[in-house]
Write a protein that binds this ligand. Sequence first.
Ligand SMILES: [Zn+2]
Length: 240
Amino acid sequence: MNSNIRVLFIRLYAFFCFKKRSKVIFYHDIHSRNKYTEMSTSIDLFIEHIKHIKNCGYEIVPKVSKSYGQIEICFDDGFLGLYENFDAIKKYNIPIRIFMITSYIGKEKYLSQKQILELYNTGLVNISSHTHTHSKLTSLSDDEIEFELFESKKILENIIKQPIDAICFPLGLFNKQVIQLSSRFGYSMKYISIPGFINRSQDIINRSLVQFASINTFGAILKGGDHCLYFWYKLKHYSK
Ligand SMILES: [Zn+2]
């Protein structure tokens, strides 16, 4: 679907959403001088988003615990821009969650082990798994999926010395088997890339991608405007 048409749907649908329900939003990176991925959000747009969230009266939380009024912010892949622009995160005192691809740690453009630990020790950053190699889990055998889940958990637990209990799936792709194996390997929270409001008890956590959203579209997404595309996202990401 053309992205202009998607934006139009999101903004129209948002007119019918009024309650301030909790949501999880996600980005890939933020940049000022150095841009490490085409998926990166400019620091100015990111700050505009944060101000908008606060102006709307939401609380930005490390983990959604209420059905209303909370926003959780995630970053996928573990790019270096987050470290270089961390002053903004600190200035606005925003808790964030970073999903790490463990075989990329320390590679060019990605966070190193030391930087991950430094970010974690600020108390503002949750570290979670984005698998070991960022492969399409839905194309792998059970053994291969288990390796992705186990290896990344082990590496991250070794770095931060805390249990890793959250994962998000590479390219948003998952199926029933991926969910079951993730639960078996100790991931009580499974983050997906299909939009939806969050109830505090769910273990499969919907997320909305907002990395390029203009401020009007961003406002519409917070209200749940992107839920009108739920089935389109599900078709893209979920396989039987
Ligand atoms: Zn990813």
